[in-house]
Design a protein around this ligand. Structure first.
Ligand code: UDX
Length: 431
């Protein structure tokens, strides 16, 4: 089949490369000429494991990039909208890029003869596809949805860093369409992938994405709440979750307590669902609590440190880990952001280290010391906070010898103090 993909960010470039790998002809559309050039040169505009290899393999063969909507629409059967939906000022999502893409797509569909399918892949709150995208495409094309063009919503469930693998090995594919013809066309694109295919309407497809992410976020906040209680009782919460997670109705994954969840999806999606509910007059108490627990959790690490040090003012604190999770340089909603902000408010001297994400964090905190190794960050420090689950932090030992007070608060259950040769004053956030 012939597909065009609007937006060459994380979701768009992964979807484009993977659709090409599945045997389709793909045209990427991006307003950014630099990205167009990169893709045409077989280079990935973002870092994702396996993406460069796929682009090299298919670029200039079954995958090309352009900034020309008309050309892309004329030469494809379906167009996927994969543009960003950043958080708006009120916590809801900012649809301006989705609207602009829908208008350009509509104008191109207006000039095309024959049926075309508009597919929304960007994460948008329920009703957006039908009430925002569809009318814009109708307006700019002068055509009628369901008759002259189809409309579908097809959410993604890709983990950052594992997006190519997740695309090729999905648990489920969800297709919400306004008509049978477009729903069938989208489902056909994934033929060959072995998983459940849910065919539904657009607003249900939109909701499935939010519920999926909100439930995972709820599991994490639940695990953090339980962990905080276990800590007071002297119970190992990881042992509790290992047992509880054997119940097939519960499942062990995403029950690791720690500094909380970050990233481009969970915090934004939970807030957007809350915003949508409140906009309709419903107070979502559980989801409000999911966010509240997640906001309190990283600050508990600073409280634990403060309790041990007496006061933080003037103390040298090493923050290990700046990325929102391991194996990425992404710092969006990273739990280390509120922690560093709080440390600075309490007038600590912060030294930070992350294997990949320091460059990005410099844009938020220009006034802390960024180190090139853990040892350098720990040298002379009074306390250390482990914020990200990088594998290398679990191997630290002798590096702690360089600390002054050797107080280590672990936010990711990484260290095994009893196995270390260095004598540290260790405390887990919930253990
Ligand atoms: C997530 C979803 O997994 C993916 O399906 C969706 O499409 C986008 O959001 P991602 O943001 O890449 O993917 O990160 P993920 O690996 O799921 O981790 C999210 C956050 O939760 C990280 O900050 C991680 O540290 C935290 N986490 C995860 C926990 O605190 N405890 C856990 O048990 C699991």
């Amino acid at each position: 089949m012939k597909v065009s993909i609007i937006g060459s960010g994380y979701v768009g470039s992964v979807s484009a490369a993977c659709f090409a790998e599945l045997g389709h002809e793909v045209i990427c559309i991006d307003v950014d000429e630099e990205k167009v050039k990169m893709i045409n040169a077989g280079k990935a505009p973002i870092w994702e494991e396996g993406l460069d290899g796929l682009l090299q393999k298919h670029s200039q063969k079954t995958l090309i990039a352009t900034s020309d909507y008309e050309y892309a629409v004329a030469n494809s059967d379906l167009s996927f909208i994969c543009v960003g939906t950043p958080s708006g000022e009120d916590g809801g999502i900012d649809l301006s890029i989705v609207k602009a893409a829908s208008a350009s797509l509509g104008a191109a569909i207006g000039k095309k003869e024959g049926y075309h399918v508009v597919v929304v892949k960007s994460t948008v709150v329920p009703e957006t596809t039908e009430k925002v995208v569809l009318p814009i495409v109708e307006e700019f094309s002068g055509k009628k949805a369901g008759r002259d063009f189809g409309v579908a919503m097809n959410p993604e469930f890709l983990r950052e860093g594992k997006a190519v693998y997740d695309f090729m090995h999905p648990d489920k594919i969800v297709v919400g369409a306004i008509d049978e013809r477009s729903g069938f066309a989208v489902a056909e694109l994934y033929r060959g992938l072995d998983c459940t295919v849910t065919r539904t309407n657009p607003r249900t497809a939109e909701m499935i994405k939010y519920v999926n992410n909100s439930f995972l976020a709820t599991k994490i906040s639940f695990a953090n709440e339980v962990g905080n209680i276990c800590k007071q009782l002297g119970i190992d919460t990881y042992e509790v979750m290992d047992a509880v997670g054997t119940d097939f109705r519960i499942e062990r994954r995403f029950l690791n307590c720690g500094a909380g969840f970050g990233g481009s999806c969970f915090p934004k999606d939970v807030r957007a669902l809350i915003g949508k509910a409140k906009g309709m007059g419903y107070e979502p108490q559980l989801l409000d609590s999911v966010v509240a627990v997640n906001e309190r959790q990283p600050l508990r690490m600073v409280e634990l440190l403060q309790r041990k040090l007496g006061h933080i003012n003037g103390k040298r604190i090493a923050v290990l880990g700046l990325a929102f999770k391991n194996d990425t340089d992404d710092i969006r909603e990273s739990r280390s952001i509120p922690v560093i902000a709080e440390l600075l408010r309490l007038e600590a001297i912060v030294t930070a280290y992350d294997p990949m994400a320091a460059g990005n964090m410099k844009r938020i905190f220009g006034n802390i010391t960024y180190c090139s190794t853990s040892s350098e960050a720990l040298s002379g420090a009074d306390g250390c906070l482990v914020m990200t689950e990088w594998e290398e932090f679990g191997k630290l030992d002798r590096e702690f010898e360089g600390m002054k007070e050797k107080i280590v608060i672990d936010g990711r259950h990484l260290l095994k103090p009893e196995k270390l040769t260095a004598r540290i004053d260790y405390e887990g956030i919930c253990w």
